[in-house]
Design a protein around this ligand. Sequence first.
Ligand SMILES: NC(=O)c1ccc[n+]([C@@H]2O[C@H](COP(=O)([O-])OP(=O)(O)OC[C@H]3O[C@@H](n4cnc5c(N)ncnc54)[C@H](O)[C@@H]3O)[C@@H](O)[C@H]2O)c1
Length: 382
Amino acid sequence: MTKKKLRYGMVGGGPGAFIGEVHRRAAKFDGKNILVAGSFSSDYDKTLAKGEELGLEEKRLYKTYEEMAARESELKEGIDFVSITTPNHTHFKIARAFLTRGISVVCDKPVTTSSAEAEELLELAEKHRALFCVTYTYSGYPMVKEAKELVENGELGDIRVIMGEYPQEWLAERAEMGDNRQASWRTNPAEAGISNCMGDIGSHIEHTTSYITGCEISQLSANLNTFVEGRILDDNGQVMIKYKNGATGMFWASQVAIGNDNGLKVRVFGSKGSLEWEQENPNYLHFTKLNEATKILSRGHDYLGPAAKKNTRIPSGHPEGYFEAFANIYNNFSQALLEKKEKGKVKEEDFDYPKLEEGYRGVKFVEKCVESSNNGSSWLDF
Ligand SMILES: NC(=O)c1ccc[n+]([C@@H]2O[C@H](COP(=O)([O-])OP(=O)(O)OC[C@H]3O[C@@H](n4cnc5c(N)ncnc54)[C@H](O)[C@@H]3O)[C@@H](O)[C@H]2O)c1
């Protein structure tokens, strides 16, 4: 555990919220970050209640994120970064408020609701020399890092076929009509943006497959569906992909796939071998070389590469999961920010956390899927 700590604030993550609490636990995991400020809800009473529960000083609980950005940037011991864990439509304005004051950002995905906004954030982050991390959770798993390393080391040969699926069942009925607030904003275009399903979980497939393979999309054709009556945005979608290196891919994201919880699964096939990883069984990676029996690689073993080893905490067979993967993202980001604080600059590419460029690409992916689907699944250049 490092002695040096970063101070951070959070926007979102109020009472009953989902991902804010995951961020708080992940940020704390490796002892590098302390939560000192928050605007946890647009309802100030809820911010006060959450702040008290978390033991924060009342003077650092803010009515709005604007007030928090302005005040914290003036304090001598103000926050080093902010974590944005609010619904999609708010990310851009919140990130902009902190970036323009030189405060680094951790933001959940999709990073914005339009690629133009993401481009503006890219410019601001560069201008104000701030770091920006987008929490694409699945890239934090040790066995996903092992998969990436196997591809980089040429163990699979030339990548030919990339298959990604993320089936869920939770929106097979109109859950948004009840008091399920996560369903309510995700299906509302004013809060989710132009897509529900492809933006919420298709974006994870795009990021995880890109992270593992390094393959760049050259063209895509998408077919998005809205199966549940009365819903405006998509709740299912398939995408065909052509990659610049000649590989081909197919993604399926669904919230109406009855029988599935969070079934993210990625398969990659190359000229010499293949691999397969599932997020509901994340400690194992299936790896097959041509004409050989399939190996099941297990997290925590000496035979794994340095990235998987570095991002692991406990021995094999004691399962690590979602919190640890999220914590790996925070740990790597915090290391970069601590180095920047100490030396005045840092080479971001030396640190393994999802950058704003990846967030921008993810938003562009969603936009292209919607555009293609609205145009009879036409093939679009990426
Ligand atoms: N990385 C992942 O795997 C992952 C998983 C779930 C959600 N997410 C993303 O996280 C974000 C939040 O999703 P969620 O499911 O936690 O939503 P949620 O509805 O559970 O929580 C959102 C929180 O933001 C607060 N909020 C809204 N507007 C605010 C404002 N202006 N100021 C302060 N607080 C405000 C709400 O009061 C609530 O506490 C979304 O962008 C979503 O896509 C990412």
